[in-house]
Every structure is written in structure tokens, then in C-alpha cells.
Ligand binder design. Structure first.
Ligand SMILES: Nc1ncnc2c1ncn2[C@@H]1O[C@H](COP(=O)(O)OP(=O)(O)O)[C@@H](O)[C@H]1O
Ligand SMILES: [Mg+2]
Length: 139
């Protein structure tokens, strides 16, 4: 599916609809340039899964893990050039028992588990983003 959202709230609401269909073990990749709304999308999904605290980009670490009713992981591979086995060893625990959201999955090479949903965001204008979701989840 592909729709255009007109605000961050709309992007979060769409992410929440996807989140309702996800279970632990599922991986969602979110692609798009800086400012496209990747973290906004993850925030909406994390809220829907029961995360109550702030959801912000993991800037100084590679990932966050939230212990919510459905545990959520949020990874940002922006600063990874290409994942090597040692780095993958550090990342793997984030996927254990979580619904995992990965920004900049392109930097993960072949190491990432197969995605249950692939999200692609694009700027339309200042307040609009096109959001494409490829999945077998009926969205
Ligand atoms: N329709 C929209 N959907 C998502 N974000 C939007 C939208 N319109 C404006 N924005 C703004 O774009 C920015 C997206 O930032 P962020 O989610 O951190 O992007 P990324 O993680 O892709 O760098 C935020 O400042 C947000 O308020
Ligand atoms: Mg981000």
C-alpha cells in the first residue's frame, strides 16, 4: 500500500495500524532520506505496542530496546558503513523477542533478518510524506 500523509500525526497513526499486526520476532525496515519521517513512523508504532516513554533516534548508540507489553527494538544503522560479524554480534540481541524497527537497513547488508514489512518514506513537501508499506500483513 502507498498513501500520502499530511502530518507527523498521520504518519504515526499509519504506523500504529501496521503495529497492530506485528508480533515478537517481526522485523520492519524503514527507508528514506534524513527528515523523511522514519523515526516518526517508529514512534507511532512503538506507542501502539505499549511504549510510554520518549521514542527518539538512537544517536549515540546503535539501538534502543523498550520493555513494553510487546518488547520493541529501534535500531539506526546510519553510521554503520557495512556491518561486520563483530558488529552483528552486538546487534543480534536487539532482535531477540522484540518487534524490531530498523532505520537505514541498507547499511546492514545481508546480516539483517528478513523483514516482515518494508516501509519506504519520501518527502512530498514540508508537511506531506509518501509512505509505502510492502508486507503480507494485509495493509
Ligand atoms: N507527514 C509527515 N510525516 C512525518 N514527519 C513529518 C511529516 N510532515 C512533517 N514531518 C516532520 O519531518 C520530520 C521527520 O523527522 P524524523 O522522523 O526524525 O525523520 P528521519 O528519522 O527520517 O530522519 C519531523 O520534524 C516531522 O515533524
Ligand atoms: Mg531517524
Amino acid at each position: 500500500m502507498e498513501i500520502v500523509t499530511a502530518s507527523p500525526d498521520e504518519t504515526e497513526a499509519l504506523a500504529a495500524r501496521l503495529a497492530e499486526r506485528l508480533s515478537p520476532g517481526d522485523v520492519v525496515t524503514i527507508s528514506g532520506e534524513l527528515g523523511a519521517g522514519k523515526t516518526t513512523f517508529v514512534r507511532g508504532a512503538a506507542r501502539a505496542l505499549g511504549v510510554t516513554g520518549p521514542v527518539s533516534s538512537p544517536t549515540f548508540t546503535i539501538g534502543h530496546r523498550y520493555e513494553a507489553p510487546t518488547p520493541v527494538a529501534h535500531l539506526d544503522l546510519y553510521r554503520i558503513v557495512e556491518l561486520d560479524p563483530e558488529e552483528w554480534g552486538d546487534l543480534e540481541p536487539y532482535f531477540d523477542g522484540t518487534v524490531a524497527f530498523v532505520e537505514w537497513p541498507e547499511h546492514g547488508g545481508d546480516w539483517l533478518p528478513e523483514a516482515r514489512a518494508v516501509v519506504t518514506l519520501e518527502h512530498v513537501d514540508e508537511s506531506h510524506r509518501s509512505v509505502r508499506i510492502d508486507s503480507d500483513l494485509g495493509l
